[in-house]
Design a protein around this ligand. Sequence first.
Ligand code: SAM
Length: 218
Amino acid sequence: MTEDWRFQKRRARLVEELRNKGIDDERVLAAIGTIPRHLFVDDALLHRAYNDEALPIGLKQTISQPFTVAYQSMMLAPRLHDRILEIGTGSGYQAAVLCEMGARVFTIERLRALYERTLIQLKQLGYNALCRCGDGTQGWEAVGPFDGIIVTAGARDAPDKLLEQLRMPEDGSPGGRMIIPIGGRTSQRMTRITRTGPDDYDREVMEGFRFVPLIGGE
Ligand code: SAM
């Protein structure tokens, strides 16, 4: 499906909707205003691609609601060339947003069929996120530590292996930060965890959300 004026208009309306809902990071809004979300959803759902809603992507998984993607990206606030690890590649849309924001993106998906489909999709669209199939709760030690980690599935708590792979603070600047929805099966609170020392982390608990579960060894 190629780009056309219908989608550009709808995308611009979505950006305005997100702005009205409190997203005020212009880099996030610019990314969402650029990325063809309709290419990340099934053809049968094209007419809903620019609604502010999560949509099924098969295998009982979802592409997150645009507000959720925008909110997590805003809370993560990656700087240019920051190394960001995403857990839960899914459709690849969140990874594309982070790439558009200038981050170096590493992303892990546990379901092989999704991983294979999204790997091709991201390449075709020119996003050079490094993708891996596996259990994201273990992190990706070989390419860490990370300036930021974003978890896009609901967790009971922050996995230790991910906390360990956040960059340490240096020269008075804070260490790496993780944005992770923490809670039960039906609802979670978005949490930002910032590394402040070898074994020290600050936690800020923010808005409530509802994610599919994070499933893994940690
Ligand atoms: N970020 C995705 C996007 O932009 O489309 C949305 C992700 S969807 C809400 C959550 C994803 O996390 C699913 O694809 C699921 O298979 C994946 N997932 C769950 N547990 C995981 C784990 N331990 N490691 C890697 N991926 C996991």
